[in-house]
Design a binder for this molecule. Structure first.
Ligand code: GLN
Length: 534
Protein backbone atom coordinates (compact mmCIF):
# COMPACT_ATOMS: atom_id res chain seq x y z
CA UNK A 1 0.00 0.00 0.00
CA UNK A 2 1.27 3.46 -0.92
CA UNK A 3 1.67 5.82 2.03
CA UNK A 4 1.11 9.57 1.76
CA UNK A 5 2.94 12.57 3.18
CA UNK A 6 1.29 15.98 2.89
CA UNK A 7 3.35 19.14 3.11
CA UNK A 8 1.52 22.35 4.01
CA UNK A 9 2.88 25.84 4.60
CA UNK A 10 2.08 28.38 7.28
CA UNK A 11 2.50 32.12 7.98
CA UNK A 12 4.03 33.24 4.66
CA UNK A 13 4.72 31.93 1.18
CA UNK A 14 8.24 31.34 -0.18
CA UNK A 15 9.23 29.19 2.79
CA UNK A 16 10.89 26.64 0.57
CA UNK A 17 8.20 23.97 0.94
CA UNK A 18 9.31 22.53 -2.38
CA UNK A 19 12.91 22.26 -1.23
CA UNK A 20 11.84 20.63 2.01
CA UNK A 21 9.59 18.15 0.19
CA UNK A 22 12.39 17.38 -2.28
CA UNK A 23 14.89 16.92 0.57
CA UNK A 24 12.62 14.57 2.50
CA UNK A 25 11.99 12.59 -0.69
CA UNK A 26 15.70 12.30 -1.34
CA UNK A 27 16.38 11.01 2.20
CA UNK A 28 13.55 8.47 2.05
CA UNK A 29 14.72 7.34 -1.37
CA UNK A 30 18.21 6.83 -0.01
CA UNK A 31 16.75 4.79 2.82
CA UNK A 32 15.53 2.37 0.19
CA UNK A 33 12.00 3.55 -0.58
CA UNK A 34 10.35 4.29 -3.91
CA UNK A 35 9.05 7.81 -3.64
CA UNK A 36 7.04 10.08 -5.93
CA UNK A 37 6.38 13.79 -5.57
CA UNK A 38 3.48 15.98 -6.49
CA UNK A 39 2.39 19.59 -6.13
CA UNK A 40 -1.18 20.84 -5.90
CA UNK A 41 -1.52 24.53 -6.76
CA UNK A 42 -4.65 26.42 -5.67
CA UNK A 43 -4.73 28.97 -8.53
CA UNK A 44 -7.23 28.96 -11.39
CA UNK A 45 -4.90 28.69 -14.38
CA UNK A 46 -5.13 25.15 -15.76
CA UNK A 47 -1.32 25.10 -15.69
CA UNK A 48 1.35 27.79 -15.32
CA UNK A 49 2.19 27.65 -19.04
CA UNK A 50 0.29 30.83 -19.85
CA UNK A 51 1.69 32.84 -16.93
CA UNK A 52 4.50 35.37 -17.14
CA UNK A 53 7.69 34.35 -15.34
CA UNK A 54 7.25 37.58 -13.38
CA UNK A 55 4.04 36.14 -11.92
CA UNK A 56 5.16 32.66 -11.30
CA UNK A 57 8.86 32.17 -11.94
CA UNK A 58 10.08 29.61 -14.42
CA UNK A 59 7.74 27.15 -16.08
CA UNK A 60 9.30 23.73 -15.59
CA UNK A 61 8.73 21.19 -18.37
CA UNK A 62 8.57 17.42 -17.82
CA UNK A 63 9.49 14.66 -20.24
CA UNK A 64 5.84 14.01 -20.99
CA UNK A 65 5.34 17.66 -21.90
CA UNK A 66 3.60 19.08 -18.83
CA UNK A 67 4.16 22.79 -18.16
CA UNK A 68 4.50 22.85 -14.40
CA UNK A 69 5.49 24.63 -11.24
CA UNK A 70 9.19 25.21 -10.68
CA UNK A 71 9.15 23.15 -7.48
CA UNK A 72 9.05 20.10 -9.74
CA UNK A 73 12.54 21.11 -10.82
CA UNK A 74 13.71 20.71 -7.21
CA UNK A 75 11.96 17.35 -7.02
CA UNK A 76 13.82 16.06 -10.05
CA UNK A 77 17.17 17.60 -9.17
CA UNK A 78 17.17 16.19 -5.63
CA UNK A 79 15.86 12.74 -6.43
CA UNK A 80 16.30 12.08 -10.15
CA UNK A 81 12.72 10.74 -10.08
CA UNK A 82 10.96 11.90 -13.26
CA UNK A 83 7.85 14.02 -12.82
CA UNK A 84 4.90 13.95 -15.21
CA UNK A 85 1.45 15.42 -15.85
CA UNK A 86 0.36 13.66 -12.65
CA UNK A 87 2.91 15.61 -10.61
CA UNK A 88 1.19 18.99 -10.78
CA UNK A 89 -2.51 19.79 -10.52
CA UNK A 90 -4.09 23.22 -10.21
CA UNK A 91 -7.57 24.29 -9.16
CA UNK A 92 -8.17 25.26 -12.81
CA UNK A 93 -7.37 21.74 -13.94
CA UNK A 94 -9.47 20.12 -11.19
CA UNK A 95 -12.50 22.33 -11.91
CA UNK A 96 -12.26 21.95 -15.66
CA UNK A 97 -12.43 18.18 -15.43
CA UNK A 98 -15.36 18.31 -12.98
CA UNK A 99 -17.18 20.81 -15.20
CA UNK A 100 -16.63 18.82 -18.39
CA UNK A 101 -17.88 15.69 -16.64
CA UNK A 102 -20.96 17.59 -15.52
CA UNK A 103 -21.60 18.66 -19.14
CA UNK A 104 -21.18 15.08 -20.32
CA UNK A 105 -23.88 14.07 -17.86
CA UNK A 106 -21.49 12.34 -15.52
CA UNK A 107 -23.34 13.59 -12.44
CA UNK A 108 -26.87 13.35 -13.83
CA UNK A 109 -29.44 14.25 -11.22
CA UNK A 110 -26.95 15.51 -8.66
CA UNK A 111 -26.03 18.99 -7.47
CA UNK A 112 -22.30 19.31 -8.16
CA UNK A 113 -20.52 20.81 -5.15
CA UNK A 114 -17.07 21.60 -3.77
CA UNK A 115 -17.56 18.82 -1.23
CA UNK A 116 -17.66 16.04 -2.34
CA UNK A 117 -17.12 16.55 -6.08
CA UNK A 118 -14.15 18.89 -6.13
CA UNK A 119 -12.58 17.22 -3.12
CA UNK A 120 -13.06 13.80 -4.74
CA UNK A 121 -11.36 15.07 -7.89
CA UNK A 122 -8.46 16.29 -5.71
CA UNK A 123 -8.28 12.91 -3.99
CA UNK A 124 -8.21 11.18 -7.37
CA UNK A 125 -5.27 13.42 -8.31
CA UNK A 126 -3.49 12.40 -5.12
CA UNK A 127 -4.22 8.69 -5.56
CA UNK A 128 -3.22 8.82 -9.23
CA UNK A 129 0.40 8.34 -8.15
CA UNK A 130 -0.33 5.18 -6.13
CA UNK A 131 0.91 1.94 -7.63
CA UNK A 132 2.57 -1.32 -6.61
CA UNK A 133 6.06 0.09 -7.00
CA UNK A 134 5.50 3.33 -5.07
CA UNK A 135 6.00 3.18 -1.30
CA UNK A 136 5.49 6.84 -0.49
CA UNK A 137 3.88 9.79 -2.30
CA UNK A 138 4.78 13.26 -1.06
CA UNK A 139 2.18 15.90 -1.94
CA UNK A 140 2.98 19.56 -1.46
CA UNK A 141 0.01 21.89 -1.12
CA UNK A 142 0.83 25.25 -2.70
CA UNK A 143 -0.05 28.52 -1.02
CA UNK A 144 -0.39 29.22 2.67
CA UNK A 145 -2.78 27.71 5.21
CA UNK A 146 -5.61 30.21 5.74
CA UNK A 147 -5.93 31.17 2.05
CA UNK A 148 -9.55 30.81 0.90
CA UNK A 149 -8.48 28.93 -2.21
CA UNK A 150 -6.52 26.26 -0.29
CA UNK A 151 -9.53 25.06 1.69
CA UNK A 152 -10.73 22.27 -0.64
CA UNK A 153 -7.19 20.85 -0.68
CA UNK A 154 -6.95 20.76 3.09
CA UNK A 155 -10.38 19.15 3.31
CA UNK A 156 -9.29 16.57 0.72
CA UNK A 157 -6.11 15.60 2.58
CA UNK A 158 -8.02 15.39 5.84
CA UNK A 159 -10.33 12.91 4.11
CA UNK A 160 -7.39 10.96 2.67
CA UNK A 161 -6.17 10.26 6.19
CA UNK A 162 -9.67 9.03 7.09
CA UNK A 163 -9.72 6.86 3.97
CA UNK A 164 -6.31 5.22 4.29
CA UNK A 165 -5.78 5.29 8.04
CA UNK A 166 -3.54 7.05 10.54
CA UNK A 167 -0.44 4.93 9.94
CA UNK A 168 -0.53 5.58 6.21
CA UNK A 169 -0.78 9.36 6.08
CA UNK A 170 1.39 12.03 7.63
CA UNK A 171 0.96 15.80 7.81
CA UNK A 172 4.12 17.88 7.75
CA UNK A 173 3.62 21.60 8.33
CA UNK A 174 6.37 24.00 7.28
CA UNK A 175 6.16 27.24 9.16
CA UNK A 176 8.11 30.40 9.83
CA UNK A 177 9.54 31.12 13.25
CA UNK A 178 10.36 34.71 12.70
CA UNK A 179 13.08 36.75 14.28
CA UNK A 180 12.11 40.19 15.49
CA UNK A 181 15.25 42.25 15.24
CA UNK A 182 14.05 45.10 17.42
CA UNK A 183 13.12 42.71 20.21
CA UNK A 184 16.11 40.43 19.54
CA UNK A 185 13.75 37.48 19.85
CA UNK A 186 12.33 34.54 17.94
CA UNK A 187 8.55 34.58 17.80
CA UNK A 188 6.47 31.40 17.71
CA UNK A 189 2.98 32.95 17.81
CA UNK A 190 2.36 33.13 14.03
CA UNK A 191 3.26 29.44 13.78
CA UNK A 192 0.91 28.57 16.62
CA UNK A 193 -1.85 30.45 14.82
CA UNK A 194 -1.25 28.74 11.50
CA UNK A 195 -1.46 25.36 13.24
CA UNK A 196 -4.65 26.68 14.86
CA UNK A 197 -6.10 27.26 11.38
CA UNK A 198 -5.22 23.70 10.39
CA UNK A 199 -6.92 22.40 13.54
CA UNK A 200 -10.20 24.12 12.67
CA UNK A 201 -10.19 22.06 9.46
CA UNK A 202 -9.50 18.88 11.40
CA UNK A 203 -5.80 18.50 10.73
CA UNK A 204 -3.23 18.25 13.49
CA UNK A 205 0.26 18.24 11.99
CA UNK A 206 2.47 15.30 12.91
CA UNK A 207 5.70 17.14 12.25
CA UNK A 208 6.46 20.83 12.42
CA UNK A 209 9.35 22.02 10.29
CA UNK A 210 10.37 25.47 11.47
CA UNK A 211 12.09 27.77 9.01
CA UNK A 212 14.18 30.34 10.82
CA UNK A 213 17.08 32.69 10.34
CA UNK A 214 18.40 32.15 13.87
CA UNK A 215 18.66 28.86 15.74
CA UNK A 216 15.76 28.06 18.04
CA UNK A 217 16.33 27.43 21.73
CA UNK A 218 14.75 24.59 23.68
CA UNK A 219 12.16 27.02 25.08
CA UNK A 220 10.89 27.84 21.57
CA UNK A 221 10.59 24.21 20.64
CA UNK A 222 8.82 23.42 23.91
CA UNK A 223 6.36 26.22 23.34
CA UNK A 224 5.60 25.04 19.81
CA UNK A 225 5.26 21.43 20.95
CA UNK A 226 2.83 22.43 23.69
CA UNK A 227 0.64 24.81 21.72
CA UNK A 228 0.68 22.84 18.48
CA UNK A 229 0.17 19.37 19.94
CA UNK A 230 3.34 17.99 18.40
CA UNK A 231 5.90 15.87 20.32
CA UNK A 232 9.04 17.84 21.11
CA UNK A 233 11.32 15.72 18.91
CA UNK A 234 9.00 16.37 15.97
CA UNK A 235 9.53 20.11 16.14
CA UNK A 236 12.37 20.23 13.63
CA UNK A 237 14.46 23.25 12.79
CA UNK A 238 15.20 24.22 9.21
CA UNK A 239 17.50 27.17 9.52
CA UNK A 240 18.64 29.11 6.43
CA UNK A 241 21.57 27.14 5.05
CA UNK A 242 24.97 28.78 4.85
CA UNK A 243 26.06 27.97 1.30
CA UNK A 244 23.71 26.06 -0.93
CA UNK A 245 20.20 24.61 -1.01
CA UNK A 246 21.82 21.20 -1.45
CA UNK A 247 22.75 21.36 2.25
CA UNK A 248 19.07 21.20 3.26
CA UNK A 249 18.71 17.38 3.19
CA UNK A 250 21.92 17.00 5.19
CA UNK A 251 20.66 19.43 7.84
CA UNK A 252 17.32 17.64 8.08
CA UNK A 253 19.03 14.24 8.28
CA UNK A 254 21.22 15.52 11.11
CA UNK A 255 17.99 15.99 13.08
CA UNK A 256 16.67 12.57 12.04
CA UNK A 257 13.62 13.98 10.33
CA UNK A 258 13.59 11.08 7.88
CA UNK A 259 13.79 8.58 10.76
CA UNK A 260 10.75 10.13 12.47
CA UNK A 261 8.83 10.07 9.20
CA UNK A 262 9.51 6.37 8.69
CA UNK A 263 8.73 5.47 12.29
CA UNK A 264 5.49 7.41 12.15
CA UNK A 265 4.52 5.60 8.92
CA UNK A 266 5.50 2.25 10.46
CA UNK A 267 8.19 1.64 7.86
CA UNK A 268 11.55 0.03 8.54
CA UNK A 269 14.42 2.48 9.04
CA UNK A 270 17.13 1.31 6.66
CA UNK A 271 20.64 2.74 6.62
CA UNK A 272 21.16 6.17 5.05
CA UNK A 273 24.09 6.78 2.73
CA UNK A 274 24.70 10.35 1.63
CA UNK A 275 28.47 10.16 1.01
CA UNK A 276 28.22 11.24 -2.63
CA UNK A 277 25.84 14.08 -1.77
CA UNK A 278 28.13 15.30 1.01
CA UNK A 279 31.12 15.20 -1.36
CA UNK A 280 29.14 17.22 -3.91
CA UNK A 281 28.28 19.89 -1.33
CA UNK A 282 31.95 20.04 -0.31
CA UNK A 283 33.01 20.63 -3.91
CA UNK A 284 30.53 23.47 -4.07
CA UNK A 285 31.65 25.02 -0.80
CA UNK A 286 35.40 24.71 -1.36
CA UNK A 287 36.04 24.66 -5.11
CA UNK A 288 39.65 24.09 -6.16
CA UNK A 289 39.58 26.62 -8.97
CA UNK A 290 37.96 29.56 -7.22
CA UNK A 291 35.33 31.44 -9.14
CA UNK A 292 34.34 32.06 -12.73
CA UNK A 293 31.89 34.75 -13.78
CA UNK A 294 29.24 34.04 -16.41
CA UNK A 295 26.68 36.51 -17.71
CA UNK A 296 23.07 35.47 -18.16
CA UNK A 297 21.44 37.97 -20.52
CA UNK A 298 17.67 37.94 -20.34
CA UNK A 299 14.56 39.99 -19.80
CA UNK A 300 13.24 38.39 -16.61
CA UNK A 301 16.47 39.07 -14.73
CA UNK A 302 14.90 41.03 -11.88
CA UNK A 303 13.14 37.92 -10.58
CA UNK A 304 15.51 35.24 -9.34
CA UNK A 305 12.99 32.44 -9.91
CA UNK A 306 12.49 33.19 -13.62
CA UNK A 307 15.62 31.32 -14.66
CA UNK A 308 15.73 28.90 -11.73
CA UNK A 309 16.82 25.78 -13.62
CA UNK A 310 19.40 27.75 -15.64
CA UNK A 311 21.06 29.07 -12.49
CA UNK A 312 20.97 25.63 -10.90
CA UNK A 313 22.43 23.98 -14.00
CA UNK A 314 25.26 26.55 -14.03
CA UNK A 315 25.93 25.67 -10.40
CA UNK A 316 26.03 21.99 -11.39
CA UNK A 317 28.43 22.80 -14.22
CA UNK A 318 30.60 24.54 -11.63
CA UNK A 319 30.52 21.55 -9.27
CA UNK A 320 31.56 19.28 -12.16
CA UNK A 321 34.54 21.55 -12.87
CA UNK A 322 35.44 22.25 -9.26
CA UNK A 323 34.80 25.96 -9.65
CA UNK A 324 32.16 28.30 -8.24
CA UNK A 325 30.03 29.93 -10.94
CA UNK A 326 29.19 33.51 -10.20
CA UNK A 327 26.29 34.71 -12.34
CA UNK A 328 26.22 38.27 -13.61
CA UNK A 329 22.54 38.93 -14.31
CA UNK A 330 22.29 41.30 -17.23
CA UNK A 331 19.03 42.90 -18.30
CA UNK A 332 19.04 42.72 -22.11
CA UNK A 333 17.38 46.13 -22.40
CA UNK A 334 20.35 47.62 -20.52
CA UNK A 335 22.60 46.33 -23.29
CA UNK A 336 20.39 48.15 -25.78
CA UNK A 337 20.89 51.35 -23.82
CA UNK A 338 24.55 51.08 -22.84
CA UNK A 339 26.17 48.58 -25.23
CA UNK A 340 27.41 45.02 -24.71
CA UNK A 341 30.97 46.02 -23.80
CA UNK A 342 29.85 48.11 -20.82
CA UNK A 343 27.80 45.28 -19.31
CA UNK A 344 29.73 42.18 -20.31
CA UNK A 345 33.29 43.31 -19.78
CA UNK A 346 35.21 40.85 -17.64
CA UNK A 347 32.86 37.87 -17.83
CA UNK A 348 34.23 34.51 -18.96
CA UNK A 349 31.10 33.32 -20.73
CA UNK A 350 27.72 34.51 -21.97
CA UNK A 351 24.46 32.56 -21.75
CA UNK A 352 21.27 33.72 -23.46
CA UNK A 353 18.29 31.76 -22.13
CA UNK A 354 14.78 31.15 -23.50
CA UNK A 355 12.00 33.70 -23.62
CA UNK A 356 8.97 35.11 -25.37
CA UNK A 357 8.11 38.51 -26.80
CA UNK A 358 10.33 41.10 -28.43
CA UNK A 359 11.31 43.24 -25.44
CA UNK A 360 15.10 43.19 -25.10
CA UNK A 361 15.68 41.10 -28.25
CA UNK A 362 18.20 43.51 -29.78
CA UNK A 363 20.15 43.50 -26.50
CA UNK A 364 20.41 39.71 -26.63
CA UNK A 365 21.55 39.85 -30.25
CA UNK A 366 24.18 42.47 -29.34
CA UNK A 367 25.41 40.27 -26.47
CA UNK A 368 25.77 37.33 -28.85
CA UNK A 369 27.67 39.44 -31.38
CA UNK A 370 30.01 40.56 -28.60
CA UNK A 371 30.65 36.93 -27.56
CA UNK A 372 31.05 35.71 -31.13
CA UNK A 373 33.42 38.44 -32.23
CA UNK A 374 35.38 38.39 -28.98
CA UNK A 375 35.83 34.59 -28.91
CA UNK A 376 34.00 34.44 -25.57
CA UNK A 377 32.31 31.10 -24.71
CA UNK A 378 28.66 31.39 -25.70
CA UNK A 379 25.71 29.17 -24.85
CA UNK A 380 22.25 29.85 -26.32
CA UNK A 381 19.10 28.13 -25.18
CA UNK A 382 15.81 28.14 -27.13
CA UNK A 383 15.20 31.85 -27.83
CA UNK A 384 18.95 32.18 -27.17
CA UNK A 385 19.64 29.86 -30.10
CA UNK A 386 17.13 31.69 -32.29
CA UNK A 387 18.87 34.99 -31.51
CA UNK A 388 22.26 33.41 -32.31
CA UNK A 389 20.94 32.39 -35.74
CA UNK A 390 19.52 35.89 -36.33
CA UNK A 391 22.82 37.48 -35.31
CA UNK A 392 24.83 35.19 -37.59
CA UNK A 393 22.43 35.74 -40.50
CA UNK A 394 22.64 39.51 -40.17
CA UNK A 395 26.30 40.01 -39.42
CA UNK A 396 28.04 37.07 -41.10
CA UNK A 397 25.71 36.03 -43.94
CA UNK A 398 24.88 39.63 -44.79
CA UNK A 399 21.13 39.05 -44.61
CA UNK A 400 20.06 42.53 -43.57
CA UNK A 401 17.15 42.80 -41.17
CA UNK A 402 17.07 39.01 -40.69
CA UNK A 403 14.67 38.25 -37.87
CA UNK A 404 12.17 35.85 -36.34
CA UNK A 405 8.57 35.76 -37.55
CA UNK A 406 7.67 36.02 -33.86
CA UNK A 407 8.99 39.57 -33.71
CA UNK A 408 9.08 40.87 -37.30
CA UNK A 409 6.49 39.15 -39.50
CA UNK A 410 7.48 41.39 -42.41
CA UNK A 411 11.23 40.70 -42.20
CA UNK A 412 12.81 40.14 -45.65
CA UNK A 413 14.78 37.26 -44.10
CA UNK A 414 12.68 35.32 -41.60
CA UNK A 415 15.47 32.97 -40.52
CA UNK A 416 13.30 31.83 -37.60
CA UNK A 417 9.79 30.79 -38.57
CA UNK A 418 6.72 29.27 -36.98
CA UNK A 419 6.82 25.45 -37.06
CA UNK A 420 4.46 23.95 -39.64
CA UNK A 421 2.33 22.15 -37.03
CA UNK A 422 1.93 25.42 -35.09
CA UNK A 423 0.37 27.34 -37.99
CA UNK A 424 -3.19 26.16 -37.38
CA UNK A 425 -3.11 26.51 -33.60
CA UNK A 426 -5.31 29.18 -32.01
CA UNK A 427 -5.43 28.10 -28.33
CA UNK A 428 -2.49 29.36 -26.28
CA UNK A 429 -2.54 26.85 -23.39
CA UNK A 430 -0.46 23.68 -23.65
CA UNK A 431 -0.08 23.91 -27.44
CA UNK A 432 3.64 24.58 -27.89
CA UNK A 433 6.02 21.82 -28.95
CA UNK A 434 6.38 20.43 -25.46
CA UNK A 435 8.35 17.73 -23.70
CA UNK A 436 11.06 15.28 -24.67
CA UNK A 437 12.02 14.64 -28.28
CA UNK A 438 14.99 12.73 -29.66
CA UNK A 439 17.86 14.66 -31.22
CA UNK A 440 20.55 13.18 -33.47
CA UNK A 441 23.97 14.77 -33.06
CA UNK A 442 26.15 15.43 -36.09
CA UNK A 443 29.35 13.44 -36.34
CA UNK A 444 32.41 15.52 -35.49
CA UNK A 445 30.37 18.21 -33.73
CA UNK A 446 31.24 19.61 -30.32
CA UNK A 447 27.80 18.56 -29.14
CA UNK A 448 28.47 14.93 -29.98
CA UNK A 449 31.77 15.13 -28.16
CA UNK A 450 30.18 16.70 -25.07
CA UNK A 451 27.36 14.18 -24.83
CA UNK A 452 29.59 11.25 -25.85
CA UNK A 453 26.48 10.02 -27.59
CA UNK A 454 24.97 10.12 -31.08
CA UNK A 455 21.33 10.31 -30.04
CA UNK A 456 19.95 12.16 -27.03
CA UNK A 457 16.57 13.11 -25.62
CA UNK A 458 15.88 16.69 -24.55
CA UNK A 459 12.86 18.72 -23.46
CA UNK A 460 11.28 21.46 -25.55
CA UNK A 461 8.92 24.40 -25.15
CA UNK A 462 8.64 26.53 -28.27
CA UNK A 463 6.61 27.38 -31.37
CA UNK A 464 9.35 28.73 -33.65
CA UNK A 465 12.28 27.02 -35.37
CA UNK A 466 15.18 27.67 -37.72
CA UNK A 467 13.66 28.33 -41.14
CA UNK A 468 14.87 25.44 -43.31
CA UNK A 469 14.99 27.70 -46.37
CA UNK A 470 18.05 29.36 -44.80
CA UNK A 471 20.01 26.23 -43.83
CA UNK A 472 22.43 26.46 -46.79
CA UNK A 473 23.06 30.17 -46.35
CA UNK A 474 23.97 29.60 -42.69
CA UNK A 475 26.15 26.53 -43.26
CA UNK A 476 27.92 28.12 -46.26
CA UNK A 477 29.28 30.72 -43.85
CA UNK A 478 30.44 28.16 -41.32
CA UNK A 479 27.54 27.53 -38.94
CA UNK A 480 27.25 23.81 -38.22
CA UNK A 481 23.86 22.19 -37.72
CA UNK A 482 25.05 20.07 -34.82
CA UNK A 483 21.78 18.44 -33.80
CA UNK A 484 18.70 17.51 -35.83
CA UNK A 485 15.38 15.84 -35.24
CA UNK A 486 15.66 12.19 -36.45
CA UNK A 487 13.67 13.02 -39.61
CA UNK A 488 15.99 16.02 -40.17
CA UNK A 489 12.97 18.32 -40.38
CA UNK A 490 14.03 20.49 -37.43
CA UNK A 491 17.36 22.05 -36.49
CA UNK A 492 17.88 21.37 -32.78
CA UNK A 493 21.46 22.57 -32.27
CA UNK A 494 23.90 24.92 -33.98
CA UNK A 495 27.54 25.68 -33.31
CA UNK A 496 30.49 27.60 -34.75
CA UNK A 497 33.64 25.46 -35.13
CA UNK A 498 35.68 28.59 -35.94
CA UNK A 499 34.90 29.96 -32.46
CA UNK A 500 36.51 28.65 -29.23
CA UNK A 501 33.12 27.59 -27.79
CA UNK A 502 29.84 28.61 -29.38
CA UNK A 503 26.97 26.17 -28.82
CA UNK A 504 23.23 26.73 -28.96
CA UNK A 505 20.22 24.46 -28.69
CA UNK A 506 16.51 24.77 -29.38
CA UNK A 507 15.70 22.59 -26.35
CA UNK A 508 16.10 23.22 -22.61
CA UNK A 509 19.00 21.15 -21.27
CA UNK A 510 18.74 22.94 -17.89
CA UNK A 511 15.73 20.76 -17.00
CA UNK A 512 17.81 17.59 -16.95
CA UNK A 513 20.82 18.79 -14.99
CA UNK A 514 21.33 17.58 -11.42
CA UNK A 515 23.95 18.46 -8.81
CA UNK A 516 25.35 14.94 -8.90
CA UNK A 517 25.36 14.79 -12.69
CA UNK A 518 25.73 18.14 -14.40
CA UNK A 519 24.26 18.34 -17.87
CA UNK A 520 27.12 17.80 -20.37
CA UNK A 521 26.54 21.09 -22.23
CA UNK A 522 26.53 23.07 -18.98
CA UNK A 523 29.64 21.20 -17.77
CA UNK A 524 31.34 21.90 -21.11
CA UNK A 525 30.33 25.55 -21.09
CA UNK A 526 31.67 26.15 -17.58
CA UNK A 527 34.87 24.28 -18.50
CA UNK A 528 35.28 26.58 -21.52
CA UNK A 529 34.62 29.66 -19.39
CA UNK A 530 37.19 28.45 -16.85
CA UNK A 531 39.70 27.89 -19.69
CA UNK A 532 38.97 31.37 -20.99
CA UNK A 533 39.57 32.89 -17.56
CA UNK A 534 42.87 31.05 -17.12
N1 GLN B 1 9.62 32.35 -28.20
C1 GLN B 1 10.35 31.31 -28.84
C2 GLN B 1 9.46 30.25 -29.44
O1 GLN B 1 8.32 30.16 -29.12
C3 GLN B 1 11.34 30.68 -27.87
C4 GLN B 1 10.67 29.95 -26.76
C5 GLN B 1 11.61 29.67 -25.61
O2 GLN B 1 12.67 30.26 -25.50
N2 GLN B 1 11.22 28.80 -24.70
O3 GLN B 1 9.91 29.49 -30.27
Amino acid sequence: MTKHIFVTGGVVSSLGKGLTAASVAMLLQRRGYHVKLQKLDPYLNVDPGTMSPFQHGEVYVTDDGAETDLDLGHYERFTGIPCSHASNYTTGRIYSSVISREREGGYLGKTVQVIPHITNEIKDAIYSLDDDETDIVITEIGGTVGDIESLPYLEAIRQVRQDIGYDNALFMHITLVLYLKAAGELKTKPSQQSVGILRTIGIIPDILVCRCEQSMELEHREKLALFCNVPLNLVVEEKDVANTIYEVPLELAAQDLDVYVLERLKLHVNRLDVTDWRAMVKRFVEPKHGEVEIAVVGKYISLQDSYKSIYEALTHGGIANNVRVKVRMVESEDIEARGAEALLDGVSGVLVPGGFGDRGIEGKIAAIRYAREGGLPFFGICLGMQCAVIEFARNVCGLDAAHSMEFAPDSPHPVIDLMEEQKKITNMGGTMRLGAYPCVLTEGSRARDLYQNAKVSERHRHRYEVNNAYRDKLTDKGMVLAGMSPDEALVEMVELPSHPWFVACQFHPEFQSTPLKAHPIFAGFVAAALGDKQ
